[in-house]
Every structure is written in structure tokens, then in C-alpha cells.
Design a protein. Structure first.
Length: 320
């Protein structure tokens, strides 16, 4: 009788995991901080999934960002999340920023969403004109363990600016724009899809300027880290931004727990690409969601459900 109870309990657990993915019938979705593109995307996508899938509800969770999301996924606290491709690679293989930590696995890729731009924002009346000018300044590098923090430190290092030369503070985007507006900090980093709402709102309240990366800095970053690509923030993306901004970017990747069933993740992958026009309409960022480009630059395995979707559509997966 005791063995039967054990088998029944195991069967119930399997049954729950083939449904929406957790014992409550709800998928918890790690979405990073309020005001960023991850959170806006997660809110919009969750609403679409719930309207398209009869047996699925999504609970969007505010988190500290990419590094927190892969840990939460690996430890089972969330079942889906978005994270930067560079941080996913480090966490999954235990390298880079995770080299003194354990490998965080137990999740797989669903697909690449869009390129996130590394944005450096100052007030228009600031004397900061280049990355080198950040020396001796107080700069928000994003929340601790966020993708923004990692990118900020790599960009500063590429220009020879160590922590001793810059006063780094860890602020979420909302606090950073408030402090920049009040001149309590001199600059802020933000890695997110451009247009980023919190920066857009700041631009309407206070004249701002973006710091370009020069050819030398971009080349150094791209040679040092294979996940960076050169990208541009088009002119007039933000109020008062009359010239295009040169910078680097990284891909935002949608992830799913390996405990979610193949059937459920295939359905979610289908919903993602079938509703790309609606997602683009809802979001202020140009996400350019395209299934034919969604598998490039991803260095971890794809979830079985996503793999089936790509195979059915004749799309190769660039796994390393």
C-alpha cells in the first residue's frame, strides 16, 4: 500500500509537470526590474499566452535581472525567464562571472528575442562627452548581478576605468533616472531594448544625452567577448536625441525550465512567433522578432519543445 501511494504521488507530479508547469497550475515568469524592456515584454507575452492557452496562467515576477533569473530558474523558483545571452552562457557552463560559483542548469533556450543596446545616459548639461569622462564621476551600473552591471563593468574596463576610478552605485532603472534628474548621480548605464520606457520618460522631463562608444572601444569589446555586436540607437528614438548613438548590444533570450513539458513549450514557442506583430504593437522597443533569426548566438541547448517547433519550420539551431 505504501508503494502504491508513492507511485500515485509520482504519477500526480508527472501529470502536473505536463500541464502548465507547477503544482499551482501557474508558470512563474522571471521578468527583471520594473521599467525595463524585460518586464514590459513579460507582461505583454503573459497576457497573450493566457488568452491563447486554455490551461495556462502566468505569474510575472519582478527580479534583479539576468543573473538572478538564471539562478531562480535553475533552483525551480520560476519556470520561465528572460536573460542576456552572455550571462546565460556564463551561468550554464560555470565560466566568466560564475567561474567561482556552481553551474546553473536545469533550463533551456526557447529563442532569441531582440538585441539589447548598452545605453549610457547623462544630462544634456553634463560635461561628460565620452566614456573616459566618467572618471571621477558617480555612475549607476544597474542592480547587483544584473546584465547591465556586467556590461557596464566590461565597457568601463575596456576604457581603462576600474572601480577605483569611478564611483559605481547599484540602482534599478527607476531610481537611477530619478537620481540623474536630481543630479545625485552623473550618469547611468542601461542594457535594454531601445526604446526603453524609463529613459523615454526621463527624456520628456529632463534634457538628456547619450554617450557613444568609439571604434577602438567597440573593437576591443567585440574581440574580448564574442556575445557583443555593434549596434545603433536610431536618431529620434528618444525626445531630443537628434543623432544616432553608436554602442554595443547583446541578445535577450527566452528560457524555459526543463521541467516544463515538450508539448507546453512547443505551444508557447508557437504563441510567441504567431503573435509577433501584436507583441511589437504593444511594446515601445523595436523587437524585430523573427523565428529564422531566433536561434543564432545562443550557446546553450534548446528546450525539446522549442526544438520541435524549429525543426518543423526548417530552422537550424546553432548550438555549440
Amino acid at each position: 500500500m505504501h508503494m502504491k501511494k508513492k507511485l500515485l504521488a509520482f504519477g500526480m507530479a508527472v501529470l502536473m509537470l505536463t500541464g502548465c508547469g507547477s503544482s499551482s497550475g501557474t508558470i512563474r515568469f522571471g521578468a527583471a526590474g520594473l521599467g525595463g524592456t524585460y518586464h514590459m515584454f513579460s507582461d505583454a507575452f503573459a497576457e497573450i499566452i493566457e488568452s491563447e492557452s486554455a490551461d495556462c496562467s502566468i505569474e510575472v515576477k519582478t527580479t534583479a535581472g539576468s543573473a538572478a533569473n538564471v539562478r531562480l530558474l535553475s533552483d525551480g523558483y520560476v519556470q520561465m525567464a528572460i536573460a542576456q545571452a552572455d550571462i546565460i552562457n556564463d551561468a550554464y557552463y560555470g565560466v566568466g562571472m560564475f567561474e567561482n560559483d556552481k553551474k546553473y542548469q536545469g533550463y533551456s533556450a526557447v529563442g532569441g528575442l531582440y538585441t539589447e543596446a548598452c545605453q549610457i545616459v547623462v544630462r544634456a548639461d553634463s560635461d561628460i562627452r565620452s566614456v573616459e569622462d566618467l572618471q571621477g564621476k558617480t555612475v549607476s551600473v544597474g542592480e547587483e548581478e544584473s546584465g547591465t552591471e556586467k556590461n557596464a563593468e566590461q565597457i568601463l574596463a575596456a576604457y581603462g576605468l576600474s572601480e577605483r576610478l569611478v564611483t559605481e552605485v547599484n540602482l534599478d532603472y527607476t531610481d537611477a533616472v530619478e537620481q540623474l534628474k536630481k543630479k545625485e548621480i552623473d550618469a547611468m548605464f542601461c542594457t535594454a531594448g531601445a526604446y526603453t520606457t524609463v529613459i523615454g520618460e526621463l527624456a520628456k522631463q529632463c534634457e538628456i544625452r547619450f554617450i557613444d562608444l568609439d571604434e577602438k572601444g567597440i573593437d576591443k569589446l567585440m574581440k574580448s567577448y564574442d556575445f557583443y555586436t555593434e549596434c545603433e540607437i536610431p536618431e529620434n528614438t528618444y525626445v531630443g536625441q537628434t543623432e544616432a548613438v553608436r554602442t554595443v548590444g547583446v541578445k535577450a533570450v527566452l528560457l524555459a525550465s526543463d521541467k516544463l513539458s515538450e508539448k507546453k513549450v512547443k505551444e508557447i514557442t508557437e504563441i510567441l512567433f504567431e503573435n509577433k506583430a501584436e507583441l511589437q504593437y504593444i511594446l515601445p522597443t523595436d523587437i524585430s522578432l523573427d523565428e529564422s533569426q531566433a536561434t543564432g548566438g545562443i550557446t546553450i541547448p534548446f528546450h525539446d519543445g522549442a526544438a520541435v517547433y524549429y525543426e518543423e519550420h526548417g530552422i537550424s539551431m546553432n548550438e555549440e
